[in-house]
Design a protein around this ligand. Structure first.
Ligand code: FAD
Ligand code: 2HG
Ligand code: ZN
Length: 475
């Protein structure tokens, strides 16, 4: 990687005056860590890293960067999987971006028990929010394996999904209001907790899923849910995706209190067992597909499992059940540890897609053929949130910048009537294919919103939408 272009001296001095010397970092070792994403596929040089400790400090950084025309990359936990949280590779004479870390904005306010809400700083981790909710006898509705590092600001920006979308919806449904600094440095704040508020455009929801292109989220008012009284988890061996989809349908119709239904396949589970040192779930048998089914409610755990155990497609010898937390964690590990297991094989091309549920099995068969044709030596690992029609297509083998397999898979998704991003977002990874899921009218409206809220074009340029020229070159 060529050496990063350094920050203009005037900007550096202004940032240090606003944040204090120790929160403006230009040490190459610190910058290296912030310059590469979780997967190792996306990286680019940063000119500095700032760690504001308040909304006012974020606003000062944004205003200074807009005036100096230095782009900002917003970074929370850096667990994003589409390259949105790190700078792009060097391009022409564009200045290297400054990384704005939200990690110091991690305060969590008291839980409002009556409203079942709390306010969290953007840099609070998911785990910290989950714990605050749990300590108040409530539950936060989103969970995902990166809980120890992913921040609520990043989860708002990506509209994160995760394991419980089926019951509680994605991050968007948990957001009551957002505080953010827009691209011109102005602050919008909707943290009052009002559930009914019909006073015009919903700026909070506009920022959800905007991937840091319209504003830097500094705090979030979140909705909480009652804690279910009991839980049971089952791991069920099945013949394939069609059986899994049919079983989900039957469980839904039987009124089973599902909180997660997750799909994985024999090759992915074998990889998890090797990488994590786990025993095979059904020694001596290797069912082609495995389903993790989680049920939560007020009955005894065994009673929760009844609709599953009585289902004609579920066989005793291919079913393991968990009635306590320790057992449940052991069963969940076969699904949850897929991402880290894939990373042990190499740098993955991650294609996170949703299909109409009725098409999921046909898509799965065809995507295997497509990947085998386009990247015959690649390792393909499929898994996902089958209750949501969301499949994670992981392809390890093609070099990071060879996007032929991405192109083939995403075009197949479009042909099946799916979306090219279910929950990870577009980031830098999928910008060239956004038109497969969005019409030209929608793309034009999105570009107009970007120009209106970030007139200097400094917030995450090149993420979600193609990078526009910086503002001075427009005039
Ligand atoms: P980052 O990676 O730092 O940033 C992600 C994007 O949000 C970037 O574009 C960044 O610029 C922007 N951003 C970050 N903070 C802010 C802010 N305060 N204001 C404005 N923009 C901001 N995702 C799922 O949806 N479901 C899963 O089940 C899931 N499981 C995962 C499991 C593992 C092991 C890993 C590594 C990742 C997983 N992810 C999952 C992806 C990732 O955790 C989510 O996308 C998460 O929302 C990212 O949060 P973050 O704080 O790490 O954001
Ligand atoms: C999951 O569901 C995450 O585990 C990560 O969304 C998916 O690694 C992936 O492709
Ligand atoms: Zn996922």
């Amino acid at each position: 990687m060529p050496p990063p272009r350094s920050l203009p001296a005037g900007l550096l001095a202004e940032l240090k005056a606003a944040l204090g010397e120790r929160h403006v970092l230009v040490d190459p070792e610190v910058l290296a860590g912030a310059s590469v994403d979780w997967t190792g596929r996306f990286q680019g040089p940063a000119s500095g890293l700032v760690r504001p400790g308040s909304t006012e400090e974020v606003a000062a950084v944004v205003r200074a960067c807009a005036a100096a025309e230095v782009p900002l990359v917003v970074q929370g936990g850096n667990t994003g999987l589409v390259g949105g949280s790190v700078p792009p590779p060097p391009e022409g004479d564009r200045p290297a971006p400054l990384v704005l870390s939200t990690r110091r904005l991690d305060a969590i306010g008291p839980v409002d028990q009556d409203a079942a809400q709390l306010t969290a700083g953007a840099g609070a981790t998911l785990e910290a929010v989950q714990e605050a909710a749990r300590n108040a006898g409530l539950r936060f509705g989103v969970d995902l394996a990166a809980r120890g590092s992913a921040t609520v600001g990043g989860m708002v920006a990506t509209n994160a999904g995760g394991l419980h979308v089926l019951r509680y919806g994605p991050m968007r449904h948990q957001v009551v209001g957002v505080e953010a600094v827009l691209g011109d440095g102005s602050v919008v704040s909707r943290l009052g907790g009002l559930l009914k508020d019909n006073t015009g455009y919903d700026l909070s929801q506009l920022l959800v899923g905007a991937e840091g292109t319209l504003g830097v989220v500094t705090a979030v008012r979140l909705r909480l849910h009652p804690q279910p009284g009991s839980r049971a988890v089952a791991l069920v061996g099945l013949g394939g995706t069609a059986d899994a989809v049919a079983l989900v349908g039957r469980l839904r119709r039987a009124g089973a209190p599902l909180s997660a239904v997750e799909l994985c396949f024999a090759d992915g589970v074998a990889l998890v067992c090797r990488a994590a040192g786990l025993p095979p779930p059904f020694p001596g048998r290797e069912p082609p597909a495995l389903l993790v089914v989680e049920l939560e409610g007020e009955q005894e755990p065994l009673a929760l499992l009844e609709p599953l155990i009585e289902d004609p497609g579920v066989h005793d010898e291919l079913t393991a059940v968990a009635l306590d937390d320790g057992q449940a964690a052991r069963l969940w590990a076969y699904r949850e540890r897929h991402t880290e297991a894939v990373a042990t094989v190499g740098v993955a091309h991650k294609l996170d897609v949703t299909l109409p549920l009725a098409e999921l099995a046909a898509f799965e068969a065809e995507v295997r053929e497509v990947v085998a044709r386009v990247a015959p030596d690649a390792t393909l690992v499929l898994f996902g949130h089958v209750g949501d029609g969301n499949l994670h297509v992981n392809v390890v083998g093609p070099p990071p910048d060879d996007d032929r397999v991405d192109d083939a898979v995403l075009r197949l998704v479009a042909r099946f009537g799916g979306s090219i991003s279910a929950e990870h977002g577009i980031g830098r990874a999928k910008v060239p294919w956004l038109h497969l899921s969005r019409s030209s009218a929608e793309l034009a409206a999105m570009a107009a919103l970007k120009r209106a809220l970030d007139p200097a074009g400094i917030l995450n340029p090149g993420v979600l939408l193609p990078a526009a020229p910086l503002c001075s070159t427009l005039s």
